[in-house]
Write a protein that binds this ligand. Structure first.
Ligand SMILES: Cc1ncc(COP(=O)(O)O)c(C=O)c1O
Length: 405
């Protein structure tokens, strides 16, 4: 194999291996489950039992007492904030290195997202930075289990108790992840998950909120079901709620995929280990070792940093070079949210309207990691050893060709 980059006419590192598996995947079992719902005539969860069954199975899988399914992970966060009593003028501490929904959910309920920096090695919300950002208006903290890795939940539980603020785990990327043997979503007051197309458990769209708290579960049920109460009448609306219901079709797919998940996670874990091993001696490539308390990693993304690419402003060119080598789905990752104009403008307007200060912390680690991070999606970890080795070759080639980019 020539070491000339495929971008410059060399042979692509993945030229001789079969294409990686596509995502999402659906087979006969999903097809049958969809047909069963179609024929049942009960397409909505108000008339069928598929969503309810999925909720029970998911709660058991993540080791929580309750799970309330809903339309997506964005609204799962907004509903969780409402359920935990967060509202107009409150502050919600979020990491800047995450999907925009973590911050926009706060704005949806009239609260102000306040950024606390991430840990430079793990990309996860830093507990010390979080505690430093707490004010008398702080009502909730949203640690994000980015990439399937788990935020330091011992620290966040302690901060939650010390300051009497709600801890909402954004576990959109972390289905199957565990912290000291406990499922994520069972560690904070509530946990939120996403079943959008790219996720390890997917129905195209969808989400779920988990909690051990009976009162929070009932509040979430009402928020999802136009203010109805569990076991109450059809026109009994004891509170003002949205309609955020998941359909029976989505739940039918999710029930099948939940059964398939453990085997797929096993494959992702094995390929993650192989890729780490193959890249361990590659100069300039940094891959964080998860905290040993992460007893099960969600393997949603394979994240690595190449600081030299960042300092030379060549990270995006490297992502292009990886695509040319045949690596599917390589991404430059997030623009950090403390740099997002839309979030900043809306937060400023809200703060002005309420006559409140707008807290603004510097987030240098988020700035640094967002300049030199590259990630691969979870389906990159579903190939054979040969395919995984070819991905490692591609990364090695590109990381070693910084000057040529
Ligand atoms: C960290 C994080 N939070 C929230 C969401 C929002 O989920 P959804 O796309 O289902 O609204 C996503 C995923 O897209 C995510 O990655």
């Amino acid at each position: 194999m020539t070491s000339t980059l495929a971008l410059h006419g060399g042979t692509a590192a993945l030229a001789d291996v079969p294409a990686l598996p596509r995502w999402p995947q659906g087979g006969q079992e999903e097809e049958q489950a969809l047909v069963d719902v179609l024929r049942s005539g009960a397409w909505g969860s108000t008339h069928g039992e598929v969503v309810r069954n999925f909720e029970g199975e998911f709660a058991q899988f993540q080791q929580t007492k309750h799970a309330v399914a809903l339309a997506n992970g964005t609204l799962a966060l907004a509903a969780s904030l409402r359920a935990t009593g967060v509202g107009v003028g409150d502050e919600v501490i979020v990491p800047p290195y995450t999907f925009i929904a973590t911050a926009s959910a706060a704005l949806f309920v009239g609260a102000i997202p306040v950024f606390a920096d991430v840990d430079e090695h793990t990309h996860l919300l830093d507990p010390a930075a979080t505690e430093a950002a707490i004010t008398e208006r702080t009502k909730a903290i949203i640690p994000v289990h980015l990439a399937g890795n788990v935020a330091d939940m011992d620290a966040f539980q302690a901060i939650g108790e010390r300051h009497q603020v709600a801890i909402i785990e954004d576990a959109a990327q972390a289905v199957g992840a565990q912290w000291q043997g406990r499922g994520v979503g069972a560690l904070g007051d509530v946990g939120t998950f996403s079943f959008q197309t790219s996720k390890n458990l997917s129905a195209g769209e969808g989400g779920i909120v988990t909690t051990d708290d009976d009162a929070l579960a009932a509040a979430l049920y009402s928020l999802v079901n136009v203010g109805r109460v569990p076991g109450g009448g059809w026109y009994q609306h004891d509170s003002v709620g949205y309609n955020l219901r998941l359909t029976e079709f989505q739940a039918a797919i999710l029930r099948v995929q939940l059964r398939q998940l453990p085997e797929l996670q096993r494959q992702r874990a094995a390929n993650d280990a192989l890729l780490r091993d193959l890249l361990s001696d590659v100069e300039g490539v940094q891959i964080a070792t998860p905290d040993p308390r992460v007893t099960s990693h969600g393997h949603h993304l394979f994240i690595f940093r190449v600081p030299e690419l960042g300092s030379q402003g060549k990270r995006d060119a490297a992502v292009e070079a990886l695509a040319a080598e045949g690596v599917p789905g390589a991404s430059p990752g997030y623009v950090p949210l403390h740099r997002n104009e839309a979030v900043a403008n809306e937060s400023r307007a809200l703060a002005e309207r309420l006559g409140q200060p707008l807290p603004q912390a510097a987030c240098p680690s988020a700035d640094r990691v967002s300049s030199d991070t590259i990630w691969l999606p979870q389906f990159s970890l579903l190939g054979s050893d040969e395919q995984t080795e070819a991905i490692a070759t591609a990364i090695t080639k590109v990381a070693g060709a910084t000057d040529a980019l």
